[in-house]
Design a protein around this ligand. Structure first.
Ligand SMILES: Nc1nc2c(ncn2[C@@H]2O[C@H](COP(=O)(O)OP(=O)(O)OP(=O)(O)O)[C@@H](O)[C@H]2O)c(=O)[nH]1
Ligand SMILES: [Mg+2]
Length: 639
């Protein structure tokens, strides 16, 4: 094998022959290098004016000869697979520094990142003679390397074999295999604060605009949210690195030097994933993955991953898969090897834990297929809706930023058991439950409450389609209950994002109630101030704690006030009062649930808890109701 690696442009045939001759050298493991190898490298450097290096295997053979430019050397891809824990790659890099400089940061990064046995640099004098040598090897600890020299070549007395044996023993003893708690390994989060550059967030929706907090606050909020997203996706966050920059580096986003720091940090913390708090172009993701040898993921991918893990309904699954494919298509290389980076594990999960392992051509076919299927499903839904007729029970949709407490509120109000947890996007499929407002003094009236997917700022563009589909249900709601986590410092930005997305979903025409939630964890004064400021703005607003049922009474009253008109109309007979749709299994479920005599709060909650299991999964029930609702509204217009 005599292939020359690296920067071969403009090399004369004679220079190539000189380089190829380096492959003939042998370096015994008792020595760092030999005078012959040094001579060959230096000769080739003089001839080319560039750095020249050899990757020498422990067997003594030269495995790779690499030529760089005057200032640096790019190592070839020597295999992505990491050496086993506590072991090194079995290769040492011996190379020239034509300008006589000491080991550079690049050299040290290569040493650590590739787990090379050693990296040595030969300092050349201006006349072209080898002046001194400096070398470094890995050590357990921080910094993760030790550098020795520069010193005269004759003074180097190093038994490489012995050193490596000692080091590997040392590494094996300190690295009790660290336990990775999260199933998808450890990640380092990277946030870049563009001081000048805006447009850094090519936001499709929900951009907070001027309403959001500025500068450092915005950064902190953003990083915190990313951390939550990572946690939700199942990644353990090992560290967060924030860099302020005048301009975003077009190739690596952060500067090359900073990227080297990040790589060293990843090696130190045994992290295998880099998560960027911004969206990366396919070229950026590829470039960073290449130099770092780490899996590189951006915010969009993280959100896609969460959606993929959580989507349940058929429609939702198809939508998520479609969004994932559209995202990864421009990122799929033609070669299998670049493809494998994207597949499996975090960022590469398809809906339902299937692996997104697919070639480019197949991916395109699948996109077409999915789009077709989704269209069919939408048509079927529409038809089903049209077929259904039933009395118009008013519907209320609970909307708001992710983790605001929407599902908790639904559970508390109706005694349902919708998954509510301290994770982002706990809810990915819309659920509806019946709320009986008797306990709040509204007789045996019923409301259908619908839970929805949480909003998030900078929602990935392709996901917005998936998202939109889940809001088809909410489009027919009579009232929107907008839930805000009042204890979140970013609450104003969250409100703004939600407002923007509601407008985009064309739901902003529906009467709305603003609910400041989690009152139990905010200062009473803050609660009062929130209430007052919202009232000044003329918004219907209540402050509640979704975890405490008694605090939700003002909300039920506010909803009832908004629906009063409808109830009055229905009392006048505009809406039919009785339900005779017992031929439909959906409706019988609904009537089962309405057996509760709900003049007392705890009774109501007990009763609905009992029947919660009987409740239908929302989609069908809700479709039925909303279809009826639409018809009824038409009637009321006529009257
Ligand atoms: N202290 C406190 N915590 C609450 C309250 N309401 C909800 N939470 C907590 O907030 C977290 C999120 O609640 P969820 O109901 O899952 O929020 P969500 O809006 O449905 O979230 P997504 O479905 O992820 O969009 C959970 O850990 C709840 O226990 C409250 O009134 N007080
Ligand atoms: Mg929820």
């Amino acid at each position: 094998m005599t292939e020359i690696y690296g920067n071969k442009t403009g090399l004369s045939p004679a220079a190539v022959r000189t380089l190829e001759r380096i492959y003939r050298r042998r370096v015994p493991i008792e020595h760092l290098t030999t005078p012959e190898l040094v001579r060959s490298l230096v000769d080739a450097s003089v001839e080319t004016g560039r750095q020249v290096g050899a990757l020498v295997h422990r067997s003594g053979q030269v495995d790779y000869v690499i030529v760089g430019d005057a200032g640096k050397l790019m190592l070839p891809d020597i295999g992505r697979l990491r050496a086993a824990e506590g072991r090194f790659r079995g290769l040492r890099l011996i190379h020239t520094h034509v300008r006589g400089e000491a080991l550079t940061r690049d050299d040290l990064v290569d040493l650590v990142r590739l787990r090379l046995d050693l990296v040595a640099a030969i300092q050349m004098a201006p006349g072209g003679d080898p002046r001194s040598i400096m070398y470094a090897h890995n050590v357990p600890g921080n910094p993760p390397y030790r550098a020795i020299g520069p010193m005269p070549l004759a003074r180097v007395d190093l038994h490489v074999g012995q050193l490596m044996a000692n080091l590997e023993r040392e590494f094996a003893s300190v690295s009790q295999p660290r336990e990775v708690k999260a199933k998808d390994g450890r990640a380092i989060l990277v946030h870049v604060v563009g001081k000048n550059a805006e447009g850094s967030r090519a936001s499709h929706t929900g951009h907070t605009g001027h309403a959001g907090p500025a500068g450092r606050d915005a950064s902190q909020i953003s990083v915190r949210e990313l951390r939550e997203l990572a946690r939700t996706a199942g990644v353990e966050v090992a560290d967060t690195i924030v860099q302020g920059r005048e301009h975003i580096d077009p190739k690596f986003v952060i500067g090359r030097g900073k990227l080297d720091d990040v790589i060293l940090r990843a090696v130190e913390l045994d992290a295998s994933v880099l998560v960027f708090d911004r969206n990366l172009t396919p070229a950026q993701a590829a470039a960073i993955a290449k130099v770092s040898d780490l899996k590189v993921i951006d915010r969009t991918q993280l959100i896609l991953d969460i959606f993929a893990q959580r989507a349940e309904g058929r429609d939702g699954k198809l939508q998520v898969e479609l969004a994932q494919l559209k995202y990864s298509l421009p990122r799929l290389g033609q070669k299998d090897d670049s493809l494998s980076r994207l597949t499996g594990g975090i960022g590469g999960r398809g809906p339902g834990e299937t692996k997104l392992e697919i070639g480019r051509r197949r991916a395109k076919e699948r996109v077409t297929h999915l789009e077709h299927q989704l269209k069919q499903l939408a048509k079927q839904r529409e038809q089903r809706r049209r077929k259904r007729t039933r009395e118009g029970i008013p519907t209320v949709a609970i909307v708001g930023y992710t983790n605001a407490g929407k599902s908790t509120l639904l559970n508390t109000l109706t005694g349902a058991e919708v998954l509510a947890e301290d994770k982002l996007f706990a809810t990915l499929d819309t659920r509806s439950r019946v709320l009986k407002v008797g306990w709040a003094g509204y007789g045996d009236r019923e409301i259908v409450l619908t839970d929805t997917v949480g909003f998030i700022r900078d929602l990935p563009k392709d996901l917005f389609a998936a998202f939109r589909a889940t809001f088809e249900e909410a489009a027919d709601a009579d009232v929107l209950v907008h839930v805000v986590d009042a204890s979140d410092p970013a609450r104003e930005a969250h409100i703004q994002t939600t407002e923007n997305l509601l407008a985009e979903l064309e739901l902003d025409g529906i009467p709305r109630i603003l609910v400041y939630n989690k009152a139990d964890v905010i200062e009473p004064l803050t609660a009062k101030a929130l209430q007052r400021s919202a009232e000044r703005m003329g918004t219907d607003v209540v402050v509640v704690s979704a975890t405490q049922r008694e605090t939700t009474l003002p909300l039920v009253e506010a909803i009832a006030r908004k629906l009063q008109g409808r109830w009055d109309a229905s009392a006048k007979g505009v809406w039919s009062q009785t339900s005779d749709a017992s031929d439909s299994p959906d409706s019988s479920d609904l009537s089962d649930s309405s057996e509760a005599d709900a003049s007392d709060a705890s009774d109501a909650s007990d009763a609905s808890q009992k029947s919660a299991g009987d409740f239908l999964e929302a989609t069908t029930l809700h479709e039925m109701l909303t279809a009826a609702g639409r018809r009824s509204r038409r009637v009321s217009v006529v009257s």
